[in-house]
Structures are given as C-alpha cells and as structure tokens.
Design a protein around this ligand. Structure first.
Ligand SMILES: Cc1cc2nc3c(=O)[nH]c(=O)nc-3n(C[C@H](O)[C@H](O)[C@H](O)COP(=O)(O)OP(=O)(O)OC[C@H]3O[C@@H](n4cnc5c(N)ncnc54)[C@H](O)[C@@H]3O)c2cc1C
Length: 258
C-alpha cells in the first residue's frame, strides 16, 4: 500500500513535557491534510518492539488552526499503549489516523446561553481545543470550564487557560470564561474540593459559577471518567437535561475515555 492510501500518517514528535510521573503533554507535526473540529479525537498508533502497532483514541488539545497537534496523556501502569507512548522522545514517530472523529463538538447544540464544560483528568483536552477556537466565544454568553483532578499538581494547562483572556481575537469575549478547578484528594487554595457530582448536588458548583444549571439556558459537555459522566448525567436528568441527539436536540453531550 502506498503511504497516501494508508489510513494514517507518520508524524514527528516535536516536544514532550512531563507534568507528573503519570501525566505528560506531547506535541507533534501535523499533516496538512488532517482536518478536525474542536472537541474531536483521532486514533494514535505506536509501533512496539515486536513490530505490531497499538492504537488508542486521543482528543486534540490544539485548535483546528494550529500547525501542530497537541495531546495530553495519562500513563496507565502496565497500559499497553501508554507504556509505549511515554517512552517516545522528540524526533520519534507517532502514527495519526487520517480521519478525526467524535461528537463532543459545538454542533451538538442548536441553542443555549451558558456552556458548561465538565472534565476529569485528561478529559479537559477537548475543551482546551474548543476554547482555542473562536466559535464557542461567539455562540455562548458564558462558558464555565470545570476541571476536576485528584491532586492540585495534576492541573495541566493552567497558563494556557489563564492566557486565553490575553489573546487578541478574544479580547471582547474573554469575560465570558469562568474557570473552576476542583481537587478531590487535598485542599488547595483557589480551588473547590470534591467531586463534580458532589458539587452539583450541594449547589456549590453553581454558587461558584454564579449561574444556575437549567435546561433552558445551560448546555453541558462531559468528558473523562465514565463514572463521573454516568453520575452527572443522572443528576442532570433530574433537571430535565438530556443527551443531545441528531433526531432530538438536548442539553448534554458526552465523551467517555474508557
Ligand atoms: C474518545 C476517546 C478519547 C480519549 N482521549 C484521551 C486523551 O486525550 N488523553 C488520554 O490520556 N487518554 C485518552 N483516552 C484514553 C486512551 O484511549 C487510552 O485508554 C489510554 O491512553 C490508556 O491506554 P493503555 O493501553 O495504556 O491502557 P488501557 O488498557 O486502554 O486502559 C487501562 C485502564 O486505564 C484507565 N484509563 C485509561 N485512560 C485513562 C485516562 N485518560 N485517564 C485516567 N484513567 C485512564 C482505565 O481504567 C482503563 O480501563 C481517550 C479514550 C477515548 C475513547
């Protein structure tokens, strides 16, 4: 098979940054023909020592306009893919499937005033891509990014998030963003403590955001831990907020990471 007929391209690792022993970010070159919508994911492949290739889904952190691709990864102890991925160095090759996929995209919602982006761990990745794309800033009056981690040191991309307000093209919209970090296993200044579900049930999340979660005005994206997603969906259902489907537009869109 010729390279152009293959379902994937070979990209080169430009940068690898460890955040904690089990979290790191990586940047690769981008094939000029690779297109995606903010919030989508691609399947990445690494070739093992025995010559076989392992594939896993990864959300793009970078915006659809960046010339590079950026990803944010966990290292699962003994994990087939991440054990290989975390060994890669600058200059090494990563395979990227040509076709980006996924429905955690703004076109899931036909209306809404406030956009809630609820994430656990590496599940913040697609939201960073969405926030770096202009569409969301025009479409919503408020954007509430909620990022839940176990320990404060796991909060990645704090500079990127803080820097959004300084981007020229966002100047008049920057006030729309509210960033709420929550840490579950320790107390940390400037963050809430506790799980997203607990904070919704107690009303603390809405108090911190200064706005209520309602079916009329809120649109909610959930990404990361499947248990968080299941439990949050149940809480939202009690408020008449349901999954948004093509045949029945709703208020909720989700992406389970495992
Ligand atoms: C649509 C989609 C997008 C994804 N995007 C990302 C991403 O941007 N970044 C990322 O790190 N992973 C992402 N994942 C998860 C990723 O595909 C792999 O599961 C992960 O790289 C681990 O692969 P592995 O072979 O090492 O372990 P696996 O055998 O695949 O997983 C082993 C176990 O590790 C845990 N686990 C897997 N992924 C995570 C995670 N991200 N955070 C915490 N625990 C996890 C689960 O308990 C899982 O059962 C995504 C998954 C899906 C379905």
């Amino acid at each position: 098979m010729t390279a152009s007929a293959e379902k994937f391209t070979h990209q080169t690792l430009l940068d690898v940054q460890p955040l904690t022993p089990s979290l790191f970010t990586l940047r690769t070159t981008r094939d000029p023909g690779f297109r995606f919508r903010a919030g989508q994911f691609a399947r990445l492949g690494v070739t093992k020592a025995d010559g076989s290739t392992v594939w896993r889904a990864y959300s793009m952190v970078s915006s659809p306009y960046d010339e590079f691709l950026e990803f944010f990864s966990i290292v699962v102890p003994g994990g087939e893919f991440t054990s290989e991925l975390s060994r890669l160095e600058v200059g090494d090759t990563l395979l990227v499937e040509r076709q980006a996929i996924g429905y955690l995209t703004l076109d899931r919602f036909i209306d809404g005033r406030d956009l809630w982006l609820l994430s656990t761990g590496t599940g913040v990745a697609p939201f960073l891509s969405i926030l770096q794309d202009f569409e969301v800033w025009e479409k919503f009056e408020r954007i509430i990014l909620v990022y839940s981690v176990r320990e404060a040191r796991e909060l990645a991309y704090r500079e990127l998030i803080a820097g959004l307000a300084q981007r020229d093209y966002l100047e008049e919209h920057a006030h729309k963003l509210q960033f709420i970090a929550t840490v579950t296993r320790e107390q940390h200044p400037g963050t809430l403590s506790g799980r997203i579900t607990t904070l919704i049930e107690s009303g603390e999340l809405e108090r911190a955001a200064g706005v209520a979660l309602t079916a009329e005005h809120s649109r909610v994206m959930l990404c990361g831990n499947p248990q968080m997603i299941d439990d949050t969906r149940k809480l939202l259902k009690q408020r008449d907020m349901n999954l948004s489907l093509t045949r029945r537009p709703g208020q909720v869109a989700v992406e389970n990471y495992w």
